[in-house]
Design a protein around this ligand. Structure first.
Ligand code: GCB
Length: 612
């Protein structure tokens, strides 16, 4: 009980003042705050702390402190103000700072962002929120000098109500974004990707009626092909005992409901005529939610996802997941992906590769990716950034991990494409880590029982010759899908070793190889035993594909990785130069030879298939 209370308090502190998320931003009345913002680089956090290291937030009147969030201007000729947003440089939002400014390429620290804007409400009693798609890593947000809250986690959305603070003219929104890596955060200090900082996703103003539909969940109930289940959640002065309606005109479905004491109406509707969403037929229905004062439209698909023994069943039929892993990076721009155009580029390449499935590694990607996946019929694995060596014993670390997971589930729970929530990647086995992951697993089930749970685990060797591989991680018992990363032929021997590997995976669960692969510099050619050449990578892919097909439970794979991506761990001059080169597509956008090996494997597999 005490532990729960502490967790609750920690969650509150981490997301200080953060509110539950508004569902379906694309379906709302929004005004974009994207575009040009002023920024101040503040490595010493001079705009946040005074010279005794007391936060200006703690002042009796913070808006008159020296905090940069006060956006002060000299009034008299003798006034000393040692910063000026208006005279400071500008940067584009959304967008990481590293790829926009050469001098910020390696910067890890605090940058202050400022945007001024006017705002006229559509109706006087409407409520207004500011919504951030993501800010990496910690964001302290201020409007007109008042603190709205602080949010941690670089890849998930957050919003704050600003109804009472908003003026018609000259509002100033100031965000302190800090991307310093810290041991107890999620992710921790050590990763294999670039720590792109900043306001990396869209910033929007959302206007809603006084009482509004804040959230809803509409999906097929667990294991049901007929019953649509979920809820509609109102927020506002008279949210209880209020009429709400759910309509799906194409299914001739119209359900009138009433909210309970908490403003919630539970859904449970039967429909016989549903056309199920699938990669071959990504059917989306126009779903309308009415609350008297508003009408929200969303495009939602309905499908079931289950496992049975070693099979993954999509709408009751066994499916093989022809996948690829992806980072949220547009290689051609060399920075974080953040737009529908970027999503088209990345998922377009995945389609060309013959994929019906993508692993969005190693953190939640932007919403355009899952929206587009819904539209084009791409199944999706979403991942929490619990990566490598997290501080398993630290309650606060757990709370941050859970909060990020809850935000991505909240955002994407209505997307048919999303079939797997992944808890973690390559985490070392220990008791503390088991407790941590089990808690995340149970939490995920409470939030959403309709999807599968997994984690990218590691395999272990055994046998006298050390060539037999199995999964002995105790977390394997909790996952629905047994996923693991393996680099035989790259970190473990040469590609020819693949041929000798024997599998002894004894779990009766579907297996997805969540990673395999090796590096190659696009355009570098040589023989198949010369590392970094396209021929070496091509050979490794051929051998790996042969090897993984010997796993009887194999039901999918997401090789590492679609495109080269930035990583400070990868410094080999002339080859890596700051890029992880395991992409099937180079940082120049050109395909490497191994791309065609995987494409060939996928296109020759039957649509719905077990392993051979
Ligand atoms: C892994 C990690 C991934 C790395 C990859 C590599 O196992 O999960 O984040 O980037 O290996 O390239 O070494």
């Amino acid at each position: 009980m005490l532990k729960r209370l502490i967790l609750f308090l920690l969650l509150f502190l981490i997301s200080m003042g953060a509110e539950s998320l508004i569902q379906n931003l694309p379906g709302r009345t929004t005004t974009s705050l994207n575009g040009i913002w002023n920024y101040i680089v503040d490595p010493y956090e001079n705009g946040y702390y005074n010279y005794r290291y007391t936060p200006f937030d703690d002042y009796a009147d913070p808006s008159k402190s020296g905090g940069y969030f006060a956006n002060q201007k000299p009034v008299n000729p003798w006034d000393r103000v040692e910063y000026d947003f208006e005279l400071s440089e500008t940067i584009n939002v959304p967008g990481d700072w590293n790829s926009q400014k050469e001098k910020l390429y390696y910067y890890e620290g605090t940058i202050w962002y400022k945007k001024s804007f006017d705002y006229i409400r559509e109706a006087a009693d409407n409520r207004v929120f500011v919504h951030f798609g993501a800010a990496n890593y910690q964001a302290d947000v201020y409007l007109n000098g008042h603190k709205l809250g602080m949010h941690k986690g670089g890849f998930t959305p957050f919003n704050y109500e600003i109804t009472d603070l908003l003026k018609t003219h000259d509002n100033f929104l100031i965000v302190k974004v800090d991307n310093k890596r810290k041991k107890d955060e999620v992710p921790t200090v050590n990763t294999d990707w670039w720590n792109f900082g900043g306001l990396t996703r869209d910033v929007q103003i959302v206007e809603v009626p006084e009482t509004f539909v804040k959230d809803y969940f509409v999906q097929l109930a667990k294991d049901s092909k007929r019953t649509l289940a979920g809820y509609i959640q109102l927020d506002g002065v008279d949210e209880t005992n209020r009429k709400v309606e759910l309509l799906i005109p194409e299914l001739k479905l119209r359900k009138k409901l009433k909210t309970d004491d908490l403003g919630r109406a539970e859904l449970n509707i039967s429909s016989k005529r549903i056309t199920y969403w699938s990669p071959e037929n990504p059917k989306l229905y126009d779903v309308i939610i009415k609350s008297g004062t508003e009408e929200i439209h969303d495009q939602i698909g309905f499908r079931t996802i289950q496992t049975k023994g070693a099979d993954i069943l999509l709408n009751g039929e066994s499916i093989f997941l022809k996948g690829i892993s992806l980072h949220e990076e547009n290689p051609l721009r060399g920075g974080r992906a953040h737009s529908m155009e970027d999503a088209h580029l990345l998922l377009g390449w995945a389609k060309e590769l013959g994929c019906n499935y993508v692993r969005l590694a190693h953190y939640p990607h932007n919403e355009y990716m899952v929206r587009l996946a819904d539209e084009i019929g791409m199944l999706v694995w979403e991942e929490n950034p619990v990566y490598w060596t997290i501080s398993w014993e630290n309650e606060q670390t757990y709370a941050t991990a859970q909060q990020q997971l809850s935000e991505v589930i909240s955002r994407d729970k209505n997307r048919a494409s999303v079939i797997i929530w992944s808890m973690a990647n390559e985490t070392p086995v220990s008791d503390a880590r088991m407790d941590f992951l089990k808690k995340l697993h149970d939490f995920t089930l409470q939030q959403d029982e309709t999807r599968l749970i997994s984690a990218a685990l590691e395999m272990h060797g055994e046998g006298e010759d050390g060539l037999t591989r199995k999964i002995s991680d105790p977390f394997a018992e909790y996952v629905d899908v047994l996923s693991f990363n393996q680099y035989i032929g790259w970190y473990d021997g040469l590609p020819e070793k693949c041929d000798q590997i024997k599998w002894a995976i004894d779990q009766d669960k579907p297996v997805i190889i969540s990673e395999f692969g090796g590096g190659a510099l696009q355009g570098l050619h040589g023989d198949s035993l010369t590392i970094w050449t396209e021929e070496f990578q091509e050979y490794l892919y051929r051998e790996s594909i042969e090897m993984i097909q010997r796993i009887p439970q194999l039901r999918g794979a997401t090789p590492w990785i679609l495109v080269d991506f930035h990583s400070p761990r990868r410094v080999l001059p002339g080859i890596q130069d700051g890029w992880n080169r395991k992409g099937l597509i180079g940082s120049n956008g050109e395909k490497k030879k191994a791309f065609y090996v995987l494409q060939n494997y996928y296109t020759n597999l039957p649509k719905h298939s077990k392993n051979k």
